[in-house]
Design a protein around this ligand. Structure first.
Ligand code: MN
Length: 146
């Protein structure tokens, strides 16, 4: 059994994030499990750049309200207790809403042989980010009143 000393909370770099994002690394993928876990806190308006993960990624919301968006224009709202899976290679972004922070656990398996766990692309434009907010008012299928 081991209780490692956690590394300091790190600021998400501006090369891969828009706005203020704070990352607490939990597992760094350097052991035989290759497990990478981080608790990531996005302040309102903050989000990742577009990116993909070679072996996919699981996102579990722990607090706040946020989005996960994909290239086909789909945007899923992420609320506490909810989990979203992005398959290997699927280009996506995640972040808070303009009015709410988002905290999520980001979980993935690092590639065998030590390659990068993410391929980073361009920033999400302000227009695309604004459009994502329509997902907040989209009725959920199957609820009363449908
Ligand atoms: Mn991701």
């Amino acid at each position: 059994m081991d209780k490692p000393t956690p590394p300091p909370t790190a600021k998400g770099p501006e090369q891969t994030f828009t706005g203020d994002v704070w990352i607490d690394s939990i597992r760094d993928g350097s052991d035989e499990s290759r497990l990478v876990v981080a608790h990531v806190r996005f302040t309102p308006g903050a989000r990742t750049h577009w990116h993909s993960h070679p072996l996919g990624q699981t996102l579990r919301c722990t607090d706040g309200i946020g989005f996960v968006g994909t290239r086909d224009g789909r945007v899923l709202v992420l609320r506490p207790g909810e989990t979203i899976w992005t398959p290997p290679g699927e280009e996506h972004w995640h972040g808070g809403t303009r009015d709410h922070l988002l905290a999520h656990l980001a979980m993935l398996v690092a590639p065998e042989g030590g390659g990068p766990s993410a391929t980073w692309l361009e920033a999400v434009t302000d227009d695309a980010y604004a459009a994502a907010h329509q997902a907040l008012s989209t009725p959920v299928r199957g609820t009363a009143g449908d």
